[in-house]
Design a protein around this ligand. Structure first.
Ligand SMILES: Nc1ncnc2c1ncn2[C@@H]1O[C@H](COP(=O)(O)OP(=O)(O)OP(=O)(O)O)[C@@H](O)[C@H]1O
Ligand SMILES: [Mg+2]
Length: 212
């Protein structure tokens, strides 16, 4: 099983959007996929409830109170973490994961919180020893804007590079409302935005291959 933890202590940076879209990506690629929601807002659980029966199956798992067993033979697990995370919880979730996906918005407020969170992650043994790949994702980007340039500078400053940047699009909200991911669509608009996801999926594939 491959476990991807989506986390950042900054609220609203796109954790649930990325977690649900990754779940959709894996399910559409025919992996037996589970999506664990650790956030009491239950946004991922709500998404999974709205997901149409005709869409590729994603099994939702309620981890808001405690970590419960997964369906047998789960091949891909995506964990949607809450913004408010205690040190123990971070340790536990990072310990369970094969890799960490960390969304960041191009905003000075997000930068400060993200800087602190990255420092917290760096203190964890599996991350420090390079046993957990960390993929920083720039989210809600408007390309060629001052904010996009700033984000690059910020990431350079903290010794990171964005694995990919996801453009800002209403499409994400529309898909979320319907319990869908971009990967469930097969039209030109979706294909356009799906390009943003390729580097992340490649990163995940490469990290998976290294693990073997
Ligand atoms: N790339 C994007 N383009 C446009 N809107 C986006 C994008 N990513 C996220 N959003 C929107 O931003 C809002 C916050 O996103 P989301 O709920 O995924 O963040 P979160 O980190 O899970 O928040 P929380 O910390 O509350 O759990 C949502 O309305 C979502 O639809
Ligand atoms: Mg969320």
């Amino acid at each position: 099983m491959l476990t991807v933890l989506v986390t950042n202590t900054k609220g609203g940076c796109g954790k649930t959007t990325i977690a649900t879209n990754l779940a959709g990506a894996f399910a559409c690629a025919n992996f037996k996929t589970a999506l664990a929601d650790c956030d009491r807002q239950k946004s991922s659980l709500g998404w999974a409830k709205r997901r149409p029966g005709s869409a590729a199956e994603v099994t939702s798992v309620d981890w808001t109170r405690k970590i419960t067993p997964l369906p047998q033979k789960t091949q891909r697990l995506i964990i949607d973490a809450p913004a408010a995370l205690k040190r123990k919880q971070v340790e536990e979730l990072v310990g369970m994961a094969d890799m960490v996906v960390l969304p960041v918005l191009p905003s000075v407020f997000d930068e400060n919180t993200t800087r602190k969170f990255l420092a917290r992650l760096d203190k964890l043994k599996p991350v420090r020893k390079g046993k957990r790949a960390v993929a920083v994702i720039g989210n809600r980007m408007r390309l060629r804007t001052k904010a996009a340039e700033r984000l690059d500078d910020f990431l350079e400053d903290v010794g990171q590079r964005a694995v990919t940047v996801l453009r800002d699009s209403q499409f994400y909200g529309t898909a979320a409302m319907l319990g869908l991911s971009l990967f469930d669509y097969n039209d030109r608009r979706a294909l356009n935005f799906l390009q943003d996801w390729r580097p992340l999926l490649t990163f995940i594939d490469e990290a998976t291959a290294k693990r073997k």
